[in-house]
Ligand binder design. Structure first.
Ligand code: 5GP
Ligand code: ZN
Length: 137
């Protein structure tokens, strides 16, 4: 994709703070970090989102997420991680090139990326089960 910023960063055409690179991915520091150490896993191939990414890269991206956060543990003074992957504008996606956020968390960092729990009513539960259950292939 010629006009995709993450394609250009992943290909090394635009410089980035790169933590790791292999044949399939580049891992960079986010320019607008939620916390200290916030990184992004970018595949070198363009896919808009999780629904489009190949099964192979989807799997590999989670294995790489595991590798990176495992390495960060002990190197950064964090207390946990959020591994976040946004799909669609309504979900906060702003760059439409599949990517995985690795967000180190620190006690009391107030990064504000968690949700306020609602309530699953019996009616909504049954409605959702009726719509989705048995249709995941
Ligand atoms: P999204 O909102 O699509 O899930 O995440 C996009 C992320 O990319 C944001 O956290 C934003 O700060 C980051 N970002 C956007 N443009 C650039 C850029 O040019 N370089 C880097 N390193 N990060 C970027
Ligand atoms: Zn792209």
């Amino acid at each position: 994709m010629s006009d995709c910023i993450f394609c250009k960063i992943a290909a090394g055409e635009i410089p980035s703070a790169t933590l790791y690179e292999d044949e399939n991915f580049r891992v960079i520091l986010d320019l607008g970090p939620a916390t200290y150490g916030h990184a992004l896993i970018l595949p070198k191939q363009h896919y808009a989102n999780l629904m489009e990414v190949s099964d192979e890269l989807a799997g590999k991206s989670m294995i790489l997420a595991k590798k990176v956060v495992t390495a960060m543990t002990g190197l950064l003074p964090c207390d946990g991680y959020n591994v976040v992957q946004n799909n669609g504008e309504a979900a906060g996606q702003t760059v439409f090139h599949y990517h995985v956020h690795l967000i180190p968390r620190y006690k009391n960092d107030h990064a504000g990326i968690l949700w306020k729990p609602g309530k699953l009513t019996d009616e909504k539960r049954d409605e959702i089960l009726e719509k989705v259950r048995g249709k995941i292939r």
